[in-house]
Ligand binder design. Structure first.
Ligand SMILES: Cc1ncc(COP(=O)(O)O)c(C=O)c1O
Length: 457
């Protein structure tokens, strides 16, 4: 194995070349599941680079690190989770059988997006639910906004019981390598952290890692969960790319990140001089309690002074300027730069924005962001809901029933319903409101929402 015979069986030259590296556990190459030899050495070097006591390589993205975190928890235990967490948390709750308690997000009425969570809400919830054993947070979020992890960790440590702080830092794998980038979750005091290394470092897709600070817990609870969830045929190219990236970042990371930081400062300033456009800067975070720092490589650009919505701007950038943005919102686009974007790449993006802004000057009414959803009410824990029988009913008949599918308006993609949650009067009214909005819905089998799947009463 693999059956491509060192690439010979692959019809395409490029694939054949890639396949040269696609080897498996032959002598000298170690075994990812056996913590010894070269794999162990690479693992310890990774931990060192991130300032972690222990680390594990993931070959199925940050998602699998989040699944591992959840699978290390006690079934039935309660976990505090931000409602806007990446959907992998939900799979984690189904796999492990934990009960989520949701932290309200600081939703910006201007952007319709959840910018952060704040420490007061977290402390209040930890006090009202004295049985919560774990706090799961996302920082930075997709937009590059970090929450005040240092404050949150310090407040949590003052509570008179053990609460583990787990952080999805999928978008912050580059933070440890330059002092002027946001503080890392481990520095802030988190117990376990996931980095989606492929997102911000020179790493092949799916490369990610999980760090743990409590060695006993890590070996007893996390390693078995990780091994159970990880393929027995891990991709060596992905593993090698993570090891090389770790070495590259140790040697050159600070220099490369400094260059990127300077380009970011220069071009954020330049983009802000384009009439009709506004880039989110760290100074703007003052408007969101709990939001503290901003990744300089994420550019969240407000389009309210041009007559285009986010989707239109993203499509013109792609079709006419060969620029692919990461994401768009109602009146925004999110551009994501890397350490490897050079001056000419930033310049191209800036010029494209300027040209489009001149072609589409402001004046048209902007698209209203989606209103935040009412508070969710968990009736069945996600695992129970997942394994329950369900039926499809007309939307008009779902009031007071328990949802069996997710409904998440996109953008911003924050679910208003998850399986196991009550379709209360407020939620029902919200679903009726969503149907009338010019957005797509993620989750429901029937996208028009004329029918919805509920747990069989
Ligand atoms: C905040 C966050 N966490 C986790 C993930 C999952 O990452 P991956 O695609 O590496 O599984 C994503 C993916 O976009 C994400 O945005």
């Amino acid at each position: 194995m693999p059956g491509h015979g060192g690439g010979k069986g692959l019809g395409d030259m490029a694939l054949q070349q890639m396949a040269q590296l696609d080897v498996t556990e032959v002598p000298g190459l170690g075994d990812l599941h056996v913590l010894e030899g070269i794999m162990e050495e690479a693992r310890m070097l990774l931990a060192d680079a991130y300032g972690a006591k222990q680390s594990l390589f993931m070959v199925n993205g940050a998602s699998s690190g989040i699944h591992t975190m959840f699978m290390s928890l006690r079934p039935g235990s309660r976990v505090l989770v931000p409602r806007n967490a990446h959907r992998s948390f939900y799979a984690g709750t189904v796999l492990s059988g934990v009960e989520p308690v949701y932290i309200p997000g600081q939703i910006s009425s201007e952007y319709g997006l959840c910018m952060s969570v704040n420490s007061h809400d977290i402390m209040d919830l930890l006090k009202t639910h004295p049985d919560i054993e774990t706090l799961f947070l996302t920082s930075p979020n997709y937009l590059g906004v970090s929450c005040d992890l240092k404050e949150i960790c310090s407040q949590v440590r003052k509570i008179n019981r053990k609460i583990a702080v787990f952080v999805d830092e999928a978008h912050g794998g580059h933070f440890p390598f330059h002092p002027d980038y946001p503080i890392t979750a481990l520095e802030a005091g988190a117990d376990a952290v996931v980095n989606g290394l492929h997102k911000t470092l020179p790493v092949l897709n799916q490369g990610a890692c999980l760090h743990g600070q409590d060695e006993e817990y890590f070996h007893r609870q996390m390693v078995p969960a990780w091994s159970m969830l990880t393929t027995s045929s891990p991709s060596y190219p992905i593993l090698a790319s993570m090891d090389l990236a770790r070495s590259f970042m140790m040697l050159e990371g600070e220099y490369q990140l400094e260059k990127a930081l300077e380009l970011s400062r220069l071009y954020k300033g330049k983009i802000n001089t384009i009439k009709g456009l506004l880039v989110l800067t760290e100074e703007d975070l003052i408007n969101w309690p709990g939001a503290t720092e901003l990744d300089p490589l994420k550019l969240w650009i407000d389009l309210s002074g041009v007559s285009l919505n986010g989707m239109q701007m993203a499509s013109i950038l792609r079709e006419e300027h060969a620029v692919q943005v990461e994401m768009f919102g109602a009146n925004h686009i999110l551009a994501m730069m890397s350490m490897f974007h050079q001056l000419e790449d930033w310049e191209l993006f800036y010029r494209a924005l300027g040209e489009i802004a001149r072609q589409y000057p402001g004046g048209r009414a902007q698209q209203q962001p989606i209103l935040p959803a009412p508070e969710p009410q968990v009736v069945l824990i996600p695992r129970k809901a997942y394994f329950s029988k369900s039926i499809e009913v007309k939307l008009a008949d779902c009031l007071g029933k328990v949802a069996a599918e997710m409904v998440a308006p996109y953008p911003p993609g924050i679910p208003c319903l998850l399986p196991g949650e009550l379709i209360s009067h407020d939620i029902y009214e919200y679903l009726l409101y969503l149907i009338k909005q010019p957005i797509s819905l993620h989750g429901p089998g029937d996208n028009s929402l004329s029918k919805i799947r509920i747990i069989e009463p």
